[in-house]
Design a protein around this ligand. Structure first.
Ligand SMILES: Cc1cc2nc3c(=O)[nH]c(=O)nc-3n(C[C@H](O)[C@H](O)[C@H](O)COP(=O)(O)O)c2cc1C
Length: 191
């Protein structure tokens, strides 16, 4: 089984990221290929990066960093659930990425993005630039949800359309394929 961490990138009260992440998590569970852990950045509550050393050294001094390091290290693959804030992605997500280094290396990442007409794709474009610096492998297959509020009911559950459902399966299939090919690179790198 591929260990998949689904990272919820928005942290604000009332965030739509939560129902969207719940919908996607259910789809990932139904897929059957993954052992899933949800990493909710609101619950993890990392302060702004407060480590004195470059994360590549792994000389962590704070318990919250060690806990986050273990969460990311035990995952084989990621899905980042991200909104678009001012055509970028949330600061909380950048902060969580910057905390670590090798823990991300040679692992694939897919994106569930949402927003207005651009469906969060500008946030994803920025994320791709950052994650490749960490030697992550961003997928082409993605779930991009335009005008996401229309899919969230009064009960805060997502009623997905067929495009979203198919995109989720395509991304999860690709995540498994790419993850399998990256295992050797991770083994060679000792992690
Ligand atoms: C600070 C802020 C900036 C935003 N900027 C954008 C934007 O650039 N593009 C967009 O499509 N939506 C933008 N929105 C609207 C968000 O798509 C919408 O509020 C979404 O629900 C935010 O995700 P969240 O609810 O998980 O926080 C912005 C919302 C906030 C709070």
């Amino acid at each position: 089984m591929t260990r998949l961490a689904i990272v919820i990138g928005s942290t604000r009260p009332g965030r739509n990221g939560l129902p969207i992440a719940r919908w996607f998590t259910a789809r990932a569970e139904a897929h059957g290929g993954f052992d899933i852990e949800v990493a909710d950045l609101a619950a993890i509550d990392l302060p702004l990066l407060d480590e004195p050393h470059h994360p590549r050294l792994r000389r962590y001094t704070r318990d919250h960093t060690r806990a986050w390091s273990e969460t990311v290290a035990r995952a084989d693959a990621f899905v980042f659930v991200t909104p678009e804030y001012n055509t970028g992605y949330p600061a909380a997500l950048k902060n969580a990425i910057d905390y670590l280094h090798e823990e991300w290396r040679y692992k694939p990442v897919g994106f569930v993005s949402y927003g207005g007409v651009a469906a969060g794709t500008r946030a994803v474009a920025q994320l791709k630039q950052v994650v490749t610096t960490l030697r992550m492998f961003p997928l082409v297959e993605a779930v991009n949800i335009p005008f996401h509020a229309q899919f969230i009911g009064e009960d805060r559950r997502v009623e997905a359309n067929e495009v979203m459902e198919q995109a989720a399966v395509a991304m999860l299939d690709e995540l498994l394929r790419v993850e399998a090919q990256l295992r050797q690179l991770r083994a060679d790198a000792g992690g």
